[in-house]
Ligand binder design. Structure first.
Ligand SMILES: Nc1ncnc2c1ncn2[C@@H]1O[C@H](COP(=O)(O)OP(=O)(O)OP(=O)(O)O)[C@@H](O)[C@H]1O
Ligand SMILES: [Mg+2]
Length: 413
């Protein structure tokens, strides 16, 4: 099995392309990585196709040069807050005389589950089987080859705004890339920063990027809730810029070099110099002063997420704790301590464990690859591991993200 999978993460601050290979030893290898700053994406959404395409092209070229190969297909992300998940049910009579369920039956039951009335500006992105029921016996993950008369499927239908979908896909198409699937970020990120046990028992994953803070609760290995706060790393930089009256670029630089997210960890004595706009002299500020600004904004994001969890009675579901990821939170010393104080739950930082992408900004990019492997081939990779394992079922269930996406997508053309 020599398989190459490419992902394109469309982020508010950067586009990232990752080319991966499953080698002969069933290890996932990252063979190419490229990133490019992007001006065409605001709050995770493509607002300028030309500019986004250019960033995709540069990021891909870097990744292709590193991998020494050309790619033409990729999986692309869509921010979680812009998608909605609807649980629906499909029922069919098994067709064959021997009543053995084949891939056509599975496709038929999934298609019947996908019939629902939707607002005109929304479109189906994906259909994810949650469980199959054969003649009343539930919790079946893969019915292929089993015998029964009536086949039911409970599915999660992922829908998203048509404009958002079209613009993301068009940006990739402009540079000759075919989009094999659009993957909502919570599904992607969870695959790269958490393991199955955590998702089974209950985990909260918070991905704070540049423009959006996505959060999702997983329980019984399924997405139970996901939300989005439209405040993230850029707002922290902006606050520093306004608070100290310095340029955005200088704020970004000092945030990265000296930023601490939890004031008890910052020093009153350690001083740094900044260049306020319109003043000739440099100004001295303490590490603690800088930290106060960062803590206030990050704390606000955590508080907003916490309130939404309480309002929806979700805190009791989070048995294993919180995983923080994304560039807006993953680098700061003290972000764990701040989150622990606000949520009163165990916290850890999540990032990919692969050399070259061992950073919280790559969680979505790697996650897109992991998730597509899981859906496309029924393979999975544990967090902290690079071995590609086969799921319990040895057969291909027809539950293939590519075929569904293609089918849905073909309706547009
Ligand atoms: N070393 C660092 N210290 C602090 N913050 C950092 C550091 N490096 C990057 N960041 C911040 O990370 C943010 C970008 O993170 P990320 O790449 O995860 O976001 P994105 O995917 O582009 O955006 P989004 O997910 O919101 O669409 C920026 O706000 C940037 O300032
Ligand atoms: Mg992101």
């Amino acid at each position: 099995m020599d398989e190459f999978i490419t992902s394109i993460d469309l982020g508010t601050s950067k586009v990232c392309a990752i080319i991966s290979e499953i080698d002969k030893n069933r290890q996932l290898q990252i063979v190419g990585v490229g990133t490019c700053p992007c001006e065409g994406i605001k709050k995770g959404i493509v607002v300028d196709i030309d500019s986004t395409s250019k960033s995709i092209l540069y990021a891909l070229e870097q990744a292709e040069n590193m991998a020494n190969m050309e790619v033409s297909t990729a999986y692309v992300n869509i921010p979680g807050g812009y998608t909605k998940i609807i649980r629906n049910k499909g029922i069919i009579a098994v067709s064959g005389e021997d009543k053995e369920i084949d891939s056509e039956d599975i496709e038929r039951v999934l298609n019947s589950a996908a019939i629902l009335s939707m607002p005109q500006d929304q479109h189906i992105i994906d259909i994810i089987p949650a469980q199959y029921i054969i003649d009343g016996y539930d919790e079946i993950r893969d019915p292929l080859g089993m015998v029964g008369i009536r086949l039911e499927a409970d599915v999660d239908i992922v829908i998203g705004s048509t404009t958002t979908i079209l613009n993301a896909v068009k940006s990739a198409n402009e540079v000759g890339m075919e989009v094999l699937g659009l993957i909502p970020e919570p599904f992607a990120v969870s695959e790269s920063v958490s393991n199955k046990d955590e998702r089974e028992l209950g985990v909260l994953i918070i991905d704070i990027g540049a423009g959006t803070s996505d959060f999702s609760v997983f329980k019984k290995d399924q997405l139970k809730y996901n939300g989005l706060v439209p405040i993230a790393g850029n707002h922290i930089t902006n606050d520093i810029s306004v608070g100290l009256r310095i340029s955005f670029d200088e704020s970004e630089e000092i945030k990265r070099k000296f930023g601490i997210a939890y004031t008890p960890l910052a020093s009153d004595e350690k001083m740094l110099k900044v260049n306020p706009i319109g003043i000739d002299q440099k100004l001295s500020i303490s590490e603690a002063q800088l930290s106060t600004i960062i803590e206030a904004r990050l704390g606000e994001i955590f508080e907003m997420i916490n309130e939404e969890l309480i309002k929806n009675d979700l805190k009791k579901e989070i048995l294993t704790g919180i995983v923080l990821t994304g560039g807006g939170v993953g680098y700061f010393p003290g972000s764990k301590e701040l989150a622990k104080e606000i949520f009163n739950l165990p916290v850890r930082i999540g990032k990919p464990k692969f050399i070259g992408i061992d950073d919280p900004i790559y969680s979505t990019g790697l996650g897109l690859i992991n998730y597509s492997l899981k859906r496309k081939f029924n393979y999975y990779i544990e967090h902290n591991d690079s071995e590609v394992k086969k799921s319990n079922s040895s057969k291909k269930s027809g539950n293939n993200i590519t075929s569904f996406f293609k089918k849905i997508w073909d309706e547009y053309f």
